[in-house]
Design a protein around this ligand. Structure first.
Ligand SMILES: NCc1[nH]cc(CCC(=O)O)c1CC(=O)O
Length: 399
């Protein structure tokens, strides 16, 4: 912080324009992101927040395409590493050419280079998955259950396919790739095979396409749990960069950060390097919640029916009339619903667990504990089966 305040306060320069050498520049922070429209919109959002918090500094966005972006023609299962989407940016961060990288948290590897870390998580948006119906079918079918036998649902995520197969075995699942716009265009084309596609709510909303959402999926609606980190932005920084840490302290969300750490710890403990169908839902419990408990799903804890939009807060109280959206009404107790599912949707280890989470260490421990319990339920057997299959197509797309 001190470093920031000491920094020179100077004349105007606008983001993304280089400052003429003759003028003294504002202290400039270099923000890295991928080149896709979604990545750009996300970086813009973070820079807007940073500018509002730190009007005396300048921010320059550097958007670059990465190995992942450049190899869209190559089957994604050949890329078993999320790092392909982040590596080039990380090298620039390590070299000091960038000060921070804005990621969709869901696309950020759980293992980062030793000198880098998740420096900040901003407030999570709606973390759920969305069902988007083909426009010509939208009046006829309101949900996946309504679709006739054999209808094709487009998604390339192992998690989405496995979870949906479990609940909707009458449907077919087919790959759909490309950025969000491309996927929607494929859905809309009258010749395409898709009746519907599944996309993250947050991505659609960030691009102003929230009106395309036919239904919001969740554990209680369709048995769909979201990906670790979905709906939140993660900012990667150098561990030793206290200047940028001070900057980010003003835009991070503590509640989301703890959720993110718990979810990522679960994933890190389970995945052992490869991407697997893991779904989660984490929420903070409001004051009127029930007792502390760890149980298998279906045994006692009443799941929250809906998300409190934009906050991911469990509305567990009977009337639900208290302002659950206010952090003041929340306890330090987190609920984590988790599932590890086989690719065919036939087998699953599933839990609903609560714990008091008051620190980053608590959050890490919570994820680790849940992972161990899932293993106790057979998650390791399911994961072993998947890594034998090796048909790994991971969550990462061309968002
Ligand atoms: N798979 C790629 C991806 N990475 C992040 C998002 C957008 C939403 C988010 O922040 O999680 C998406 C698109 C999608 O899954 O539909």
């Amino acid at each position: 912080m001190a470093g920031l305040q000491d920094a020179p306060l100077v004349t105007a320069s606008t983001t993304e324009t280089s400052v003429p050498a003759s003028t003294t520049a504002k202290q400039t922070f270099h923000v890295g992101t991928r080149k896709s429209l979604l990545a750009r919109v996300q970086a813009d959002q973070v820079v807007r927040d940073l500018k509002a918090a730190w009007p005396d500094y300048a921010f320059e966005i550097h958007a670059m395409s990465t190995t992942g972006d450049n190899n869209q023609a190559t089957a994604l299962h050949k890329f078993n590493e999320k790092a392909l989407w982040t590596q080039e940016l990380e090298v620039l961060l390590q070299g000091g050419e960038l000060d921070l990288i804005v990621h969709s948290l869901k696309d950020m590897p759980t293992q980062l280079p030793i000198d880098l870390h998740l420096g900040c998580v901003t407030k999570r948006e709606d973390p759920r998955d969305a069902l988007v119906m083909k426009p010509t079918l939208v009046d006829k079918y309101k949900g996946l259950a309504d679709l006739p036998e054999g209808s094709v649902v487009g998604t390339s995520s192992l998690r989405r396919i496995a979870l949906l197969k479990r609940r909707y075995p009458h449907l077919k699942y087919a790959d759909v790739r490309g950025n969000l716009g491309t996927r929607l265009a494929k859905l809309d084309s009258p010749e395409s095979e898709y009746s519907a596609i599944i996309l993250a709510v947050a991505g659609l909303e960030r691009l102003g396409m929230g009106t395309r959402i036919t239904a919001f999926l969740s554990k209680s609606n369709g048995g769909m749990l979201y990906a670790v980190g979905q709906g939140a932005l993660g900012i990667e920084t150098r561990k030793d960069d206290t200047r940028t840490a001070g900057l980010l302290a003003k835009i991070g969300c503590e509640r989301t950060t703890l959720q993110a750490l718990a979810e990522r710890s679960l994933m890190r403990t389970l995945e052992g390097g490869c991407s697997v169908p893991i779904g989660v839902e984490t929420e903070w419990i409001s004051r009127k919640s029930g007792p502390l408990a760890t149980q298998e799903v279906g045994v006692g804890i009443k799941p929250a029916d809906e998300y409190h939009k934009l906050t991911g807060i469990a509305e567990t109280s009977a009337g639900g009339t208290d302002a659950a959206g206010e952090d003041g009404d929340l306890t330090d107790e987190m609920i984590m619903r988790s599932i590890v599912v086989s690719l065919d949707g036939q087998e699953a280890a599933e839990l609903e667990t609560r714990r008091f989470v008051r620190s980053k260490e608590d959050a890490d421990e919570f994820g680790w504990e849940v992972a161990k319990q899932l293993v106790g339920q057979g998650a390791d057997r399911i994961l072993k089966g998947i890594s034998l299959d090796r048909g790994i197509i991971h969550e990462q797309g061309n968002a």
